[in-house]
Design a protein around this ligand. Structure first.
Ligand SMILES: Cc1cc2nc3c(=O)[nH]c(=O)nc-3n(C[C@H](O)[C@H](O)[C@H](O)COP(=O)(O)O)c2cc1C
Length: 201
């Protein structure tokens, strides 16, 4: 499949084969591809909690309106963001770049985000979203279905997976072997509703 066909074929899958176990090499490949997603300053501030423990999955399902994909998918990725990523040694994000680029960008990261909690949080949500979309398209190409999810009690799930104070839970992605196809795709809004030319009126 090429990228355009993968984008057209991806759907939010609700029914998974509960017996299917994702091979370790598929999981590793999926993570490797997800990490190619872009992030501001290459901070890679997304964190993926890979949940496979069946007991924990039952507890998360109970906090997620009993949605079956929480337990039936092969893997649950809980996408979180590290709100302190900008404070880490910036050299590690830019070690690949020429020294003159490192010298400019490295010192920019901390002042750009410092004392701006809303911007830091927004950056976390942005990065997890880019990583999540990359993950779902990669999963589709690899023969897996996926479903992004926000239908759960964030406080309860954060506690269940011990999200640290300086991290935030963004959303969940279920990935597994499709047992039933998705319903027909929901109508998309017209271009006139979603596309604004140059500026809002
Ligand atoms: C942020 C977000 C949260 C979502 N939460 C859920 C969810 O909790 N449960 C679910 O079954 N689908 C969930 N979905 C899937 C949407 O319902 C789905 O993307 C939408 O209906 C379009 O369908 P498609 O992805 O198959 O094109 C979510 C999607 C997004 C982007």
């Amino acid at each position: 499949m090429n990228t355009l066909a993968t984008i057209e074929a991806r759907r939010s899958i609700k029914h998974y084969d509960p017996e299917h176990e994702m091979p370790e090499e598929d999981l590793a490949r999926l993570i490797e591809l997800t990490k190619l997603a872009p992030s501001s300053f290459n901070m890679q501030n997304y964190r993926m909690v890979v949940v496979r423990d069946p007991e924990l999955r039952k507890q998360i399902r109970a906090a997620a309106w009993d949605q079956a994909h929480v337990t039936d998918a092969s893997v649950l990725f809980i996408m979180c963001a590290d709100l302190k990523a900008h404070e880490a040694d910036p050299a590690k994000y830019w070690s690949h770049a020429p020294q003159e680029v490192q010298d400019i960008l490295g010192p920019m990261i901390l002042p750009f985000y410092q004392d701006k909690p809303q911007l830091i949080r927004d950056e976390g949500i942005r990065s997890t979203a880019f990583a999540g979309m990359t993950l779902m398209l990669a999963a589709k190409e690899m023969g897996y279905g996926s479903c992004p999810m926000i239908g759960f009690d964030g406080e309860v799930v954060s506690k269940l997976i011990n999200v640290p104070e300086d991290h935030v839970l963004s959303f969940i992605i279920a990935v597994g072997k499709e047992a039933k196809p998705a319903w027909p795709r929901g109508e998309r809004l017209s271009d006139s509703e979603v596309v604004i030319q140059d500026r809002f009126a």
